[in-house]
Design a protein around this ligand. Structure first.
Ligand SMILES: *Cc1c(COP(=O)(O)O)cnc(C)c1O
Ligand SMILES: [Zn+2]
Length: 398
């Protein structure tokens, strides 16, 4: 089927602050809300109404996340920087114990370019930056976000500066260098990296692509929500488990559900959203159970799940809102549990998942044990990346 250009153009209208309501022009560079009392993350808004995009036309579009380009922010299709990200498989769990009376699925993001779902967010962020004339970008990252940004910058011809904790496994550093990024190793955590990146970025005029301080990484990650609906035949699962670092994917999936309802594609029924954190960085879990609107800064040191080493997510208030609105939950998993989860999933299912993804399997078992997940509920676990990049910190018995 032929889809004419008019029907594949972006429907983006503006950027909006979900906190104070300020709006911003999407054809100018923006980071966070400029209201000095606010400084919230900004969300992209689109002209959506029932029928404006026909989901029946999707099948004729390429099997990448850019099949949804009408709800992605790049105006000119020639500015799209893509490496084939997205449209990842949803696989049923077949051999693991505890399945009992639940259908359980993985959405497996490990096949994305650079081995994680971070490629989705960097594809949209770097495409939009490229469209708006940015030449140099910078990022603080404890792992996958940096490698993905470096790869898309290489493709787009942008200069990339990465600030990474020294203790990050070597492979995450090597990939940045191989993709041609300038890497600065910092003796500290992600917060220290962010401070350094902010300082150097301001001094040198680099555009900061920080988690939820840059509006468009959220847009790429939200497409996971569209794909979940499409791949399940436009009915959503009952429960979704998500490994929360900065919370971009969790917020993105939820945003996709709201947009699809505006498009008339789904009804108002939503999955229960569950946040899973590493025990060392459990600020969201604590705030959720103590009925707080914001999380505290919590960092108790190293975790093998570097994607979860986020002491205080910038968009913490919105993460907590989604968990509550969806009647969801928040829990933590230890490194030991993640490591044994990785081994269990690999040996039973033939899938070598990242510790962040494996954490969800352990969280699922806990939620089954306490009957928070009921028999008959359909459950989706988001495996956010490949395990191959993490083996340096995994003990493999001979
Ligand atoms: C970054 C990352 C996460 C956390 O993602 P957010 O959307 O920022 O919460 C989870 N898993 C992996 C593998 C990651 O790289
Ligand atoms: Zn604001």
């Amino acid at each position: 089927m032929q889809i004419d250009q008019q029907h594949t153009n972006s429907l983006i209208s503006h950027l909006e602050c979900p906190n104070c309501g300020n709006t911003y022009n999407h054809q100018e560079l923006h980071t966070v809300c400029e209201n000095p009392d606010c400084k919230s993350s900004l969300f992209a808004r689109y002209n959506l109404s029932p029928g404006v995009i026909k989901k029946e036309n999707l099948a004729a579009l390429p099997p990448t996340m850019w099949r949804y380009r009408q709800v992605l922010p790049t105006k000119n299709p020639e500015h799209i920087i893509t490496l084939g990200e997205g449209f990842t498989p949803i696989l049923p769990l077949t051999n693991l114990d505890y399945l009992g009376e639940n259908e359980v699925f993985w959405k497996d993001e490990s096949g994305n370019p650079t081995g994680s779902f971070k490629s989705r967010g960097q594809s949209t962020a770097i495409s939009k930056a490229f469209e708006l004339g940015v030449k140099t970008v910078c990022i603080p990252s404890a792992g996958n976000a940096a490698g993905a940004m470096a790869a898309y910058c290489a493709r787009a011809g942008l200069e990339a500066h990465v600030f990474m904790p020294k203790e990050t496994p070597q492979i995450f550093k090597d990939e940045c260098r191989l993709y041609g990024a300038n890497l600065t190793e910092i003796d500290g955590n992600i917060k220290d990296c962010a401070d350094k990146a902010t300082k150097e970025g301001e001094e040198n005029g680099w555009f900061p692509v920080f988690t939820l301080k840059e509006p468009y990484r959220l847009e790429g990650k939200k497409i996971m929500g569209y794909e979940i609906a499409e791949q399940f035949g436009w009915t959503l699962p009952d429960v979704i488990l998500y490994p929360t670092g900065g919370g971009t994917g969790l917020l993105g999936i939820w945003k996709a559900f709201e947009e699809m309802e505006a498009l008339g594609w789904i009804d108002s029924k939503r999955p229960k959203m569950v946040s899973v954190q590493a025990t060392c960085c459990d600020g969201i879990t604590q705030a959720f159970h103590h009925h707080k609107q914001h999380s505290e800064y919590v960092d108790n040191g190293f975790t093998i799940a570097n994607g979860l080493r986020v002491p205080k997510p910038y968009a913490d208030q919105y993460i907590l809102q989604v968990l509550r609105k969806s009647k969801g939950n928040a829990l933590t998993v230890t490194d030991k549990e993640m490591e044994s989860g990785m081994k269990e999933i690999a040996s039973k299912e033939g899938l070598l998942f990242c510790p962040e993804g494996a954490a969800l399997w352990q969280a699922f078992k806990n939620l089954k044990k306490t009957n928070w997940i009921s028999p008959g509920e359909k459950v989706l676990l988001m495996n956010t990346g490949s395990g191959y990049k993490y083996l340096e910190n995994i003990e493999v018995e001979g």
